[in-house]
Design a protein around this ligand. Structure first.
Ligand code: HEC
Length: 396
């Protein structure tokens, strides 16, 4: 397949994934909000078997929603289930992952400076991570550990952190992060498919047969729903992390991931409480302070200042480093076999262009070392230091 066709497939899958993801998380946010915001049912509604009620207005219409104590006396003919949002998000996400990291394994997944792998080996590790990760999560949730939800959360967090460190030793830094996101997203979708939906089917069957539903389903579904709820913000971060090499490319990327996971879940907690009428601004304030502290702790060490009497790096030297290490991709006429159009529109053919992109070059090739892409052109640390020094001279 040509690079051009692959790009189109990538665009379409990413677009679909984004749309379905918005539908899934949107519906999920709505129902969490709805459940937390219900008022006690009026006397009249209680007689109909309702426990909670809620009125709202949206786009020019009034809505009246009621939640049954258990179930309606008669099964409605049209019952909406809200499951395809989750399934289609997972399917489009898995196809996109396959296209980028399996079809493009040599470019995006394998980092030969960490571990030399054949594409099939790297793909096998990736699939094992996703399937094995879900199985471990699923079994932990079914184990006695689940009786203590805090202990379970702690063990799961330790597992994710350990896995993130482990994958960082095997895959390219961005692939390692994306796999944690893919695993968490897969667990969320599998929670819907393997636990929440069967629970709902059992509930419907019990109500139809006039028996009381078995409480075990409700308990299992509740646990998985709570996990899905708190994981929404972290998983969204992981999906956009690709754009921020300062996170996945950090020497302690696993610790950064742990911190962002906690901050995301903590922020979600604010909204969960708020829906119930409990407003705790201290949660948002502490989350914001945590982000600032994290940014401060992660900051790259500043480059040594250039002394006036120190030999200056000549323009020619800088240009030749960039031509040698960047221009195979970042050029009006790239000659890389994979990137046939200048990535992100960044062309570095002339000194003027290099000056224009100076802040981003500093961010990507000096402060974090995630350019050249996968260090494909084998740029040395000495060359980075020289280029960094020139950038400081040229654009102080
Ligand atoms: C093998 C191809 C390749 C080489 C070589 C390469 N890059 Fe990139 N570059 C990419 C790709 C792909 C992207 C877009 C994806 C991304 O942003 O990670 C990109 C994006 C960028 C961006 C724009 C994104 C932003 O953060 O604003 C900058 C700047 C950049 N590269 C700088 C460099 C520099 C400097 C070098 C040389 C030291 C270099 N690149 C070498 C492939 C390459």
């Amino acid at each position: 397949m040509s690079a051009y066709t692959l790009d189109w497939l990538n665009l379409l899958l990413r677009w679909i994934h984004l749309i379905t993801g918005i539908a899934w998380i949107g519906a999920s946010f709505y129902f969490v909000w709805l459940d937390n915001s219900l008022e006690e049912a009026s006397a009249e509604n209680k007689q109909k078997g309702l426990a909670g009620q809620l009125s709202s207005i949206h786009a020019g219409g009034f809505y009246e929603v009621g939640k049954y104590q258990l179930a309606p006396p008669e099964m409605p003919t049209h019952l909406h289930w809200f499951k395809w949002e989750a399934y289609s998000t997972w399917i489009s996400g898995f196809l996109l992952l396959s296209l980028m990291f399996y079809v493009g394994a040599n470019s995006y997944l394998i980092d030969n400076s960490k571990l030399v792998l054949q594409p099939w080996q790297a793909i096998a590790i990736s699939l094992t991570t996703l399937i094995g990760g879900w199985l471990i999560y699923h079994l932990l949730c079914k184990s006695p550990l689940a009786n203590n939800s805090w202990l379970l959360a702690g063990v799961l967090l330790a597992f994710i952190t350990g896995l993130s460190w482990g994958l960082g030793q095997i895959f390219s830094a961005r692939a390692a992060y994306l796999h944690i996101g893919a695993l968490i997203g897969s667990c969320m979708a599998a929670n819907v498919f393997f636990v929440i939906m069967p629970g709902q089917r059992a509930l419907v069957a019990a109500v139809a047969a006039g028996r009381p539903p078995a409480p075990k389903h409700a308990k299992a579904s509740k646990l998985r729903s709570v996990h899905n709820n708190y994981l929404t913000l972290p998983v969204l971060f992981l999906m956009i992390s690709n754009h921020y090499p300062m996170t996945y490319g950090h020497p302690h990327a696993w610790a950064v991931l742990l911190a962002i996971l906690l901050i995301g879940a903590w922020t979600r907690h604010f909204f969960n409480l708020r829906h119930k009428g409990v407003v705790r601004p201290s949660i948002l304030v502490s989350a914001a302070i945590a982000v600032i502290l994290l940014a401060w702790a992660m900051a790259p060490a500043p480059l040594p200042a250039v002394d006036a009497d120190q030999a200056l790096v000549s323009d020619q030297q800088a240009l030749s480093i960039v031509q040698q290490h960047c221009s195979s991709c970042h050029s009006a006429a790239p000659h890389d076999e994979m990137f046939t159009v200048a990535p992100a529109g960044v062309m570095l053919d002339t000194l003027a262009e290099i000056r224009q992109w100076a802040p981003r070059i500093r961010a990507r090739a000096i402060n974090s070392r995630d350019m050249p892409f996968m260090n494909k052109t084998e740029m040395s640390d000495a060359e980075r230091a020289t280029l960094g020094q020139w950038l400081q001279q040229a654009t102080p």
